[in-house]
Ligand binder design. Structure first.
Ligand code: NAD
Length: 354
């Protein structure tokens, strides 16, 4: 008999891509998705899941009865969350419900089923002020950390999981960090197996990027549909830096973790595109313009939004050492795959992306 793999947030960007990817590759698992369908675009992801023969149940992880109705599960990949820093500021109770109480319900469900647990956490668990204090310099097209920058949990290559956790990080980051603590306790107390991945920016097809979340997809979509964009914060020059990880690299990592659960059990990883896949917003504009052959108006907003970051790049060295995994796709791959995805469904995606 097949085992049951539950993906919460399974109609979201990461969850739906994972479902499609894992469904074809884990012969002994039946993939089931659960989603409250609140995020814009989930209905299109739902149609894609249906096309692949994957069961999607409308339900909310904040309601433990919705989870109990699923019966027994053997593995939970928890992708359900309100993933926006700004949205969590605007509706803190809702974010805490989904991102923390929701995770608690998933853990209780895992405890009853003795299920393995894969958690999608975030680089946003790291405190803002400490990240901003890393020595940086202004280069012609980007801010960057100084080449000799080095301290506990950071170097020029990026942020490691040793980075100190004391300080304010945003409510979104706080809910995810609290969830991590709960997961650690549950794994220990109830002898469950699980792994925590602190991801930076993930991007690629089937992401419904918006101004406050999913910046890479948002940038590509704005160019495709010829909508204006703004550089927001840090003087409005577009020099703030991030790294981006292709969704297919994420899917390969989760597949590897499921297959090597004994090895990754109780581990906590920093995961991201890394320095090779880093970009500033104005560099991104150049690359996206080339790929989409589109130039759009770009405004500037000097004022920095609360809890924004000047630079974030993940250091993948620990996860690579432990598992052999490393990002295989470049930023250019991410941008061209996202651009081709929009080309392939231009009219259908327009109401969600333009
Ligand atoms: N996308 C990224 O760049 C990124 C980076 C780091 C971490 N993450 C984490 O990865 C996970 C997936 O993110 P994503 O980019 O796919 O976001 P997403 O918004 O596309 O997907 C989240 C899904 O969860 C659903 N959802 C929200 N609250 C729910 C609830 N209470 N019950 C059931 N479903 C609910 C939403 O409808 C949505 O479909 C999140 O936990 C997020 O924190 C994402």
């Amino acid at each position: 008999m097949k085992k049951n793999l539950l993906i919460t947030g399974g109609a979201g960007f990461v969850g739906s891509n994972l479902a499609v990817f894992l469904n074809g590759r884990l012969a002994d698992y039946r993939v089931v998705c659960l989603d409250n369908m609140q995020r814009r675009g989930t209905q299109l992801n739902a149609a894609r899941l249906k096309d692949h023969g994957i069961r999607l149940i409308k339900g909310d992880i904040t309601n433990s009865k919705h989870l109990a109705r699923l019966g027994r599960v053997d593995l939970i990949v928890d992708c359900a969350a309100e993933p926006s820093v700004l949205a969590a500021h605007q509706e803190p109770r809702k974010a805490i419900q989904s991102n923390l109480i929701g995770t608690l319900n998933c853990l209780e469900f895992a405890r009853r089923s003795q299920a393995d647990f894969v958690f999608l956490s975030t680089s946003r668990v790291y405190p803002v002020a400490a990240l901003e204090e890393i020595p940086w310099e202004e280069l012609p097209t980007r801010y960057d950390w100084k080449k000799d920058a080095s301290g506990t949990g950071y170097s020029y290559e990026g942020i490691t999981r040793q980075f100190p956790l004391s300080g304010v990080r945003s409510l979104y980051g706080a809910t995810k960090l609290c969830s991590e603590h709960l997961i650690t306790e549950y794994l220990d107390m109830y002898k469950l197996r699980g792994v925590i991945n602190r991801f930076g920016i993930i991007a690629g097809p089937w992401q419904w990027g918006k101004e406050d979340q999913g910046v890479v997809g948002f940038w590509v979509a704005r160019h495709k549909y010829k909508n204006p964009l703004s550089y927001i914060g840090y003087g409005g020059t577009g020099k703030q830096v991030r790294d981006a990880l292709h969704i297919d690299d994420v899917c390969e990592l989760v597949l590897l973790e499921i297959g090597q659960m004994e090895r990754v059990d109780r581990q906590l990883f920093n995961v991201g595109g890394g320095r090779k896949n880093s970009f500033s917003l104005c560099e991104l504009t150049g690359q996206v313009s080339t790929i989409t052959k589109s130039v759009i108006p770009l405004a500037s907003v000097a004022e920095t939004r609360p809890h924004d970051l000047r630079i974030y790049i993940a250091d993948n060295s620990f996860i690579t050492k432990q598992t052999g995994w490393a990002p295989r796709r470049s930023l250019e791959n991410i941008l061209s795959d996202t651009s081709q995805w929009i080309d392939g469904h231009f009219q259908k995606l327009a109401p969600f992306l333009s």
